[in-house]
Design a protein around this ligand. Structure first.
Ligand code: M6R
Length: 365
């Protein structure tokens, strides 16, 4: 049932404040403002030397965000690779380390094969899945469910932000156990997470502006997405969403890579979507935007009031989100990129929920 929405994807985008709220409530003691993982872990965070993360597509981008979090909060070295590469690389994994798999369906063939490889390599296997009866869930030592509810649209939306919610809680739990987060740090970070559903509702309020803007995006041939830090995976996710459902060619890049190639693409016809909350790498991203502006690129800036004030760049359009703790920006900034893809595809008239050539669950390699 699509409710009042035209497509499942629209419904699922709008469900995010609610399902992210549910998911967070499953992993957080709301009264004590602490992370409280359901169940006991069969490994000790302090004994781990390395965390290996593997997934495909959007789930892989959730893992990429988690890498920043695990390294920052828990000082745990993270290796991450797409499952189709990980499974054949023969990566040496030290016995007793942790392997983490992320999958909405829990049936993705490459992710499952990598999980089996990790087991052979005597890793503890933890999975973050949306379908708890799935093969990946069954074959894992521990399962941390996302409570997104069934996701029907082929383009993943609410599963992604629920994955980020679980991964943030896991990274905080690891940080606490490994002695890198004080009680106050944890409280502040947990409060920031608790604020996410409300911030997401504010992000959804940008929809009329995004819909208007998407009529112009619908006419272009290529789009570039840029971001730094945890906004880099959101740039990748934005580009994937757009190409999946609108069939417009899009690329996501780490803003710092611009000079190393993609800047050659920039001209007056090229929209460049810059994901740039006012965080510790903001100024660096501004200098990349200047390089784009100097070549006539059309910048669509997704930022907050502080960022908009300091950007001092002629952007075609600014999408303004509220200020928030930098840890939670990937969860909230995911929404405008999802809406841009959705409305662009809707303007073109493609089959948003069942885009050509794609399957919801990729059970063959
Ligand atoms: O079910 P999974 O999370 O394992 O699926 C992984 C990818 O196939 C999936 O995220 C795909 O990239 C989506 N169509 C993205 O919107």
């Amino acid at each position: 049932d699509k409710g009042n929405h035209k497509h499942f994807m629209a419904k699922e985008i709008h469900e995010q404040p609610e399902v992210v709220g549910h998911t967070l409530a499953h992993y957080i003691d709301m009264v004590g403002e602490r992370v409280a993982l359901p169940g006991k872990l069969p490994f000790d965070w302090t004994k781990l030397k390395r965390l290996s993360i593997s997934a495909c597509g959007t789930a892989f981008y959730a893992g990429l965000v988690a890498k920043y979090w695990f390294e920052r909060f828990a000082k745990l070295p993270v290796e991450i690779d797409i499952a189709s590469e990980f499974r054949y690389r023969g990566a040496p994994l030290e016995e007793g380390d942790l392997a983490l798999f992320i999958s909405q369906s829990g049936e993705t063939a490459d992710t499952l094969a990598t999980l089996r490889y990790a087991k052979e390599m005597k890793q503890h296997v933890l999975s973050v899945v949306n379908v708890t009866t799935s093969t990946i869930a069954r074959e894992s030592d521990v399962v941390m469910p996302t409570l997104a509810g069934p996701e029907i649209g082929v383009a993943s939306t609410k599963a992604f932000t629920c994955q980020l919610s679980v991964l943030a809680c896991l990274a905080l739990a690891a940080g606490r156990a490994r002695g890198h987060l004080s009680e106050t740090d944890e409280k502040n970070l947990v409060r920031a997470l608790i604020a996410v559903p409300r911030l997401m509702s504010q992000a959804l309020a940008l929809e009329p502006q995004i819909e208007k803007l998407s009529h112009d995006l619908a006419k272009v041939k290529d789009v570039l997405y840029l971001g730094r830090g945890t906004s880099f995976p959101i740039a990748l996710e934005g580009a994937l969403k757009l190409k999946e459902i609108s069939y417009i060619h899009a690329e996501g890049y780490a803003a710092g890579e611009l000079k190393h190639g993609p800047i050659a693409l920039i001209d007056e016809t090229m929209p460049v979507i810059v994901i740039a909350p006012h965080d510790r790498v903001f100024e660096k991203t501004v200098s990349n935007m200047q390089e784009v502006a100097a070549r006539g690129g059309k910048i669509i800036l997704v930022t907050d009031p502080k960022g908009a004030k300091e950007a001092t760049i002629e952007s075609l359009e600014t999408l303004m989100l509220p200020e928030m703790a930098s840890t939670v920006t990937p969860l909230v900034y995911a929404i405008p990129v999802q809406l841009m893809a959705y409305h662009t595809a809707a303007a073109i008239g493609t089959d948003v929920d069942q885009p050509r050539n794609l399957a919801k669950s990729v059970t063959v390699e």
